[in-house]
Design a protein around this ligand. Structure first.
Ligand SMILES: Nc1ncnc2c1ncn2[C@@H]1O[C@H](COP(=O)(O)OP(=O)(O)O)[C@@H](O)[C@H]1O
Ligand SMILES: [Mg+2]
Length: 206
């Protein structure tokens, strides 16, 4: 099944690795795209953030059956915060999405995990050829060598679009803890660039 209505684009934020910024990015995407946040991770970080935010709607869907029901009823954009790991239904989740956003750190092992994620994306594309994949480099140490690192990574990681890089910034930790979204400052500027490219990539799918 897939949600192809232009009014209900589905963005899955996923990575096999934990602690790479999936929930951080998912809540910001939901906030700025005015999307329903769907928390597929039983750990419930997105749910917790949404409860603190007071107004971002979040639906907890710890099973694929529940997520499927939410997707089927969707009338507006959805952002799915996925759990780490190669769960039984990860390919189903990806196949139901228009865009998978993969936050990753830039280390060798991290990029290997992204390589595996992109294999799963390829598998999901069998049911839905339009599915796009975007990479966000998270907690980058310096923007100085980033261009070369990204170029090198993308050479190996085919079929993925670079969506931007976020520095390692305390502002992200504080915003998450407080149920806020970034609205100004250097962290916001980086995030804004990611949002702009995400919107653009999503338009290409629809
Ligand atoms: N760019 C960043 N700079 C600093 N800390 C970050 C950044 N992105 C995420 N974090 C922190 O890293 C931890 C893991 O992030 P989280 O979004 O929960 O990852 P995941 O959902 O992939 O497990 C959290 O404590 C979060 O606040
Ligand atoms: Mg998470």
């Amino acid at each position: 099944m897939s949600a192809k209505s232009p009014s209900a684009p589905v963005i899955a934020v996923a990575n096999l690795k934990g602690g790479v910024g999936k929930s951080t990015l998912a809540v910001h995407l939901a906030y700025y795209l005015e999307a329903l946040l769907v928390d597929l991770d039983p750990q419930g970080d997105a749910t917790d953030w949404a409860a603190r935010s007071g107004w971002v709607q979040c639906h907890q869907a710890p099973t694929w059956a529940e997520a499927h029901r939410t997707l089927a009823k969707a009338e507006g954009p959805l952002v799915l915060d996925c759990p780490p790991g190669e769960g039984a239904h990860l390919v189903d989740v990806l196949a139901a999405a228009d865009l998978v956003v993969i936050p990753t750190k830039a280390g060798r092992q991290d990029l290997r995990a992204v390589g595996r994620m992109l294999e799963l994306v390829k598998e999901a594309r069998r049911g839905h050829r339009g599915l796009k994949a975007g990479l966000v480099f998270n907690e980058v140490k310096s923007q100085t060598n980033l261009a070369a690192e990204v170029e090198e990574a993308l050479r190996h990681l085919k079929d993925a679009t670079f969506l931007g890089a976020l520095g390692s910034r305390q502002a992200f930790v504080e915003a998450f803890a407080a149920g806020r979204a970034m609205t100004s400052g250097p962290a916001f500027d980086e995030l804004h660039a990611v949002l702009k490219r995400t919107r653009k990539l999503l338009k290409e799918v629809q």
